[in-house]
Design a protein around this ligand. Structure first.
Ligand code: BYC
Length: 327
């Protein structure tokens, strides 16, 4: 499947106007932002549409695991914070769908691709949230991994994506802190609460490392995306940075990272860590994650049950346009 995609990219490159392509590549190399009306190679448009729309889907599907804890959060304060966070994720999805739409694919088409199983979304959201500590672990680890990946995307070469990332990163850093604060409180609580925090870390650690994507040698898109400055760092570079930042955070609150192979490597100035279960990663990418079916069902049901909202908005827009025309 990946080879076909690569071949397609090369084939499309071959039919682009070489002068336009050279001018485009020079702009990218000079760190110029590419804007919606600028000329761009079709393969650049396609890979950006793929990445941005999958990113948008991840934000929207990502509302589900936390959303189902809003009513069960342990205090009014925790409910208010979690509600605000989940609303932020909806906002991120909307900025990202808008950024992707500037490349010529409609939101309806993107949503259809998600609902039909053609488009991907982050593997991480196919795992269940079984205790309140999971909400802490998601904020700390999942939003932490997201920030690590998204900070470099503020300098991605496509202007609308880069600008969306500036706002998203500000909000994600609040999300990461709220998650870490939940974990910190649990660790300062009863032994049962600390056990819950450790259990959540045990279950979310490896899936969080998988969020960065396959290892560089098996990542079909990285080389081209780096060349076009869509990606600014590789999957493995970002994963390493995440491990290096997160391990001391776990230690600071008395938790241990569930990896017997983890140790500080003085010569590289970073942690060595154990082998990720790539079989599990690819199974989840294929849609076989523990709660993948429930997630997609929830999205499709929400789309169908709320069709009346879209119809009402369309009717209102048509009425407004008619009035404007008559005036
Ligand atoms: N899950 O060649 P590669 C959030 C796919 S949401 C699923 O390395 P690329 C949050 C990949 O798409 C954060 N699929 O690809 C929200 C590709 O398949 P296709 C979401 C994955 O694109 C709510 C194939 O594997 N963040 O923060 O160069 C609450 C080969 O991979 C995954 C983003 O989306 C995965 N984990 O690099 C809380 C960031 N990894 O498309 C938090 C933007 C890989 O060729 N995206 N695949 O069929 C990116 O930075 C890049 O797309 C990736 C992958 C690093 C994810």
């Amino acid at each position: 499947m990946y080879t076909t995609e690569l071949q397609k990219t090369k084939a499309v490159d071959a039919i682009e106007d070489p002068e336009k392509l050279a001018a485009f590549e020079a702009r990218v190399a000079a760190d110029d932002f590419i804007e919606p009306k600028d000329w761009m190679p079709e393969a650049y448009r396609r890979t950006l549409t793929r990445q941005i729309s999958q990113h948008a889907h991840s934000e929207i599907v990502g509302m589900l695991p936390e959303g189902n804890w809003i009513g069960r959060a342990p205090s009014l304060r925790r409910k208010a914070i979690l509600l605000a966070k989940v609303q932020d994720e909806a906002g991120h999805g909307l900025y990202l769908y808008s950024a992707a739409e500037t490349l010529g694919t409609s939101r309806g088409q993107m949503i259809e691709a998600l609902h039909s199983g053609k488009a991907k979304y982050s593997t991480i959201f196919n795992y269940p949230t079984v205790t309140w500590a999971d909400i802490g672990a998601i904020g700390w680890l999942v939003d932490g991994a997201a920030i690590m990946n998204q900070v470099p995307l503020q300098r991605t070469s496509y202007g609308p994506y880069a600008r969306a990332m500036v706002r998203v990163c500000k909000e994600e850093s609040f999300h990461q802190r709220q998650g870490y604060e939940i974990m910190m409180h649990l660790c300062q609580g009863t032994s049962e609460q600390k056990r819950m925090a450790q259990d959540a870390l045990n279950r979310w650690w490896w899936p969080s490392l998988m969020m960065f994507g396959p290892p560089d040698e098996n990542s079909p898109n990285t080389a081209q995306s780096l060349r076009w400055r869509i990606k600014r760092e590789t999957n493995d570079e970002l994963r390493q940075k995440f491990v290096d930042i997160t391990v001391p955070q776990a230690e600071a609150i008395g938790l241990s990272v569930p990896d017997p192979a983890l140790h500080w490597n003085e010569s590289k100035g970073g942690y060595d860590f154990g082998e990720i279960d790539w079989e599990e990663f690819y199974a989840v990418v294929r849609g076989e994650g523990p709660v993948a079916k429930e997630r997609m069902k929830a999205r499709r049901d929400a789309w169908e049950k709320n069709a009346w909202v879209r119809e009402a908005a369309d009717a209102y827009a048509a009425k407004k346009a008619q009035k404007k025309q008559a005036a």
